[in-house]
Design a binder for this molecule. Sequence first.
Ligand code: GTP
Length: 593
Amino acid sequence: TDLSKIRNFSIIAHIDHGKSTLADRLIQRTGGLTEREMSAQVLDNMDIERERGITIKAQTVRLEWKGHVLNLMDTPGHVDFAYEVSRSLAACEGALLVVDAAQGVEAQTLANVYQSIEHDHEIVPVINKIDLPAAEPERVKEEIEEVIGLDASNAVLASAKSGIGIDEVLDAIIERIPAPGGDADAPLKAMLVDSWYDPYLGVVILVRVMAGTLKKGQQIKFMQAGTTHLVDRVGCFRPKIEQLTELGVGEIGFITAQIKEVAQTAVGDTITDAKKPADAPLPGFQEVQPVVFCGLFPVDANDFDKLRESIHKLRLNDASFSFEMETSAALGFGFRCGFLGLLHLEIIQERLSREYDLDLITTAPSVVYEIELTHGNGQLELHNPADMPDPNTIEEISEPWIQAVIYVPDEYLGSILKLCQDRRGIQKNLTYVGGRAQVTYELPLNEVVFDFYDRLKSISRGYASFDYEQIGYRAGDLVKMSILVNGEPVDALSMIVHRSVAESRGRHMCERLKDLIPRHLFKIPIQAAIGGKVIARETIAALRKDVTAKCYGGDITRKRKLLEKQKEGKKRMREYGSVQIPQEAFIAALRMG
Ligand code: GTP
């Protein structure tokens, strides 16, 4: 293909601003299909592919328009997957910025736009949903200029729903987004943009060719991983799979090479010719590092093997979470797992319980702390609060910080600032755009991992949006707070906190647990402690004797029934010494309220 006839672009949009609808329209328009044919043909074909188990991941599709090849690159929308997003963007020369004509610019859009600008993209603003009565395209244009600093005078006005402005969008892609560059005669350099597991094809790899040509039958080498493979399929999605013989420089498409696990295909790796390799890999490669860790334990110890199997299966298709076996005195056998962020954690947890039907106990999520030991004894990374070394051997503890951008309507600003302040935030910036405020805060990640996002949403009735990036480690006065139930420490509830908030967190945890743990025949003290020092205490009163005395009388069948019931109940409980703690307590106790 003639390089000057190729355009590679992505679509940046806030959730619900119409990215999928617009993508569908572009496919429909360029395929020359009517709406009826579109639903009949394309979807039917998709069904067949689904039956065959061929997954068409996302919307990375090749379109043809006025003699040009347009590659639409889908990008994941969430902050947890920022590195994947950066690689997708590095595979393109431009982006459509879709903004809802009634809603205007949102925080998440902003972060993605800035990333796109960093990649030197040409950005084409598309103001969507102009069919809505509440549409204010002129105001949104101003907002794009004011907030993002992007010329919006030639923004395309569109309605993906009614099909207005679709040709204009396609024309703008050709006219305004530059063609890719690259040397067709140089040794092959292709970027591994994404990969996923397909039960029929094995691992499918999405690539962007930066130099040379990628051919079927070629022996290739992954420069970071150091492995070699034989390419057995080359192709693109239209959106149906179409096999090709090669991908030229500047092109986007997929390959398969009989690879069994996505873990072997690191996003950002450089694919080169094994026999005639490139001198140096493409810049910007990063190994993805999990940032949030928690323990996953089966509620029923008999489910451990099932949990292990399920985790291995999930890992086949998601190389970005890590796991290793963990044993806890209280919870038995389980796994310590690492995730890219909280959303990622939730996705995996949800899949384990839904798809694999597992009842799990999740221990408090924790970030990774860096600990400097005294007497030059070196450094260590702490992934699990339970492994915290003796404080006397610690010179300094550092924790990861983030920079957060929050976008919120004026009337909720006060409560949002208070929330950030309570979480040890440092305000960096505050500006107003229209009736909304944009606040920038630096916050310790450990103050954000648990329920910050939920709080933010509930305080602002869903109107605040939030985005963050990591900005490195900073030393802090951090201590391990243990929770003791009936005098015994409960590992799964121990957490690392800043000394300044330890007492209020401790008190809160004890109060919560008091409500969450059922009464027993004896008094149960619940304590929060730092080192040997108790900083908060509550007591669960004992059940009165006569209430339970009844259970022990009566006939034998009634007794057996009661025992059965107790067994069922016990499954969902965990025993600590002689105290039973219900599963819900582990997570509920950690919500800061
Ligand atoms: P996610 O897939 O959740 O990220 O959302 P998205 O950005 O892909 O938005 P999507 O295309 O799913 O559209 C969100 C909603 O807006 C849907 O209900 C669409 O029907 C609607 N919508 C999309 N484009 C238009 C438009 O031009 N006009 C109107 N009125 N509604 C639209």
